[in-house]
Ligand binder design. Structure first.
Ligand code: FAD
Length: 296
């Protein structure tokens, strides 16, 4: 994922629920594609079983219409072996050979199929059935919420990585020191694949409140001060939230992170802002491809 000298820059998007959402997403993707990211990953909900009509459709568009590499998220807790084989065949037909192998969240009152109890089962299965796929996995700098402790979590991550992961993408975090500590723990555990840092810019009050109520991530004092001071000033909150994310990214890239994965929440303006503020750090042109084409 990482070039010899630069960290990678990639985006996460989610498939929309409605027709209007689909049209909006095409406009968003066109703008994201112009930034020539190293890849765009497409999430997949455990709630929705029609992965072909959601994640695969969007990922196919990104790969084949925009010409941008894509990673399809694949949560497998509710899938059987034969369903995963069918999905891999469908991905093959689309020319997509990158998957983020996940267990996914367990839904209350819906028992999982148990063909893939943990993501590591899926990683091993894909590598056995379709070794031409590059498989990535999720990781949690602040420990997965179900894990009894940090050591157990890292041991499980080591096992998952050893099933054949090419790289890891982290859960979002707001405190870079948590990430650096996690990286060090991975090194000690002999987990040597690149770790891509997941960053989510907080740009509005709704997002901020949800974060405070539900997130397991540590919220540093500096970050909480922004949310507190600009809670009722949407423009200032957006500006300060973007600046905070840029500050995190500058620090991470300066400290040689393998890559930055932006949780875009399907907001192209956010991604473009971050891109314009940091493009040179990733060895990318300041205005993205569009400007190059216009100048060219
Ligand atoms: P696992 O790696 O299986 O880990 C789950 C828990 O089981 C952890 O506590 C782990 O320590 C423990 N564990 C692992 N192996 C063992 C073992 N052998 N024995 C005992 N315990 C074990 N969810 C979605 O539904 N759709 C998405 O598109 C999506 N995208 C994501 C993208 C990223 C980058 C990240 C970080 C998360 C994403 N998630 C997504 C959320 C993820 O599915 C949940 O966090 C889920 O609870 C765990 O999935 P996992 O693949 O990390 O599970």
């Amino acid at each position: 994922m990482t070039s010899a000298t630069h960290a990678s820059l990639s985006f996460e998007i989610f498939p929309p629920n409605t027709q209007v959402g689909e049209e909006k997403l095409l406009a968003t993707l066109a703008q994201l594609g112009d930034l020539a990211p190293d890849f765009i990953s497409v999430t997949c909900s455990n709630n929705k079983r029609n992965i072909k009509e959601t994640t695969l459709k969007v990922a196919g568009y990104i790969k084949n219409q925009l010409g941008v590499p894509t990673i399809a998220h694949l949560p497998a807790a509710y899938l059987t072996h034969s369903q995963v084989k069918e999905i891999l065949r469908a991905l093959d037909q689309l020319g997509i050979h990158q998957v983020l192998a996940l267990r996914g969240d367990i839904l209350p009152d819906v028992p999982p199929t148990n063909d893939f109890r943990y993501a590591s089962d899926l990683v091993a299965f894909i590598n056995q059935q379709a070794p031409h796929f590059a498989v990535s996995g999720a990781c949690y700098p602040e420990v997965h919420p179900e894990s009894p402790d940090r050591v157990t979590d890292i041991k499980n991550l080591k096992f998952k990585t050893d099933q054949g992961l090419e790289h890891l993408i982290t859960q979002l975090f707001f405190d870079n020191d948590c990430f650096y500590q996690f990286q060090e723990n991975c090194q000690l555990a002999d987990i040597n694949v690149p770790i891509i840092a997941g960053i989510m810019p907080i740009i509005n009050r709704k997002q901020a409140l949800r974060l405070i109520q539900t997130s397991e991530a540590k919220l540093p004092r500096k970050f909480l001060a922004i949310l507190d001071k600009y809670e009722h000033n949407p423009v200032a909150l957006r500006d300060a939230g973007l600046a905070y994310a840029v500050d995190q990214i500058v620090d991470l890239v300066t400290q040689d992170v393998a890559g930055i994965h932006l949780y875009t929440m399907n907001n192209a303006a956010t991604a473009r802002h971050i891109y314009q503020a940091t493009a040179s750090l990733f060895g990318k042109p300041a205005q993205g491809n569009q400007q190059l084409i216009q100048l060219g």
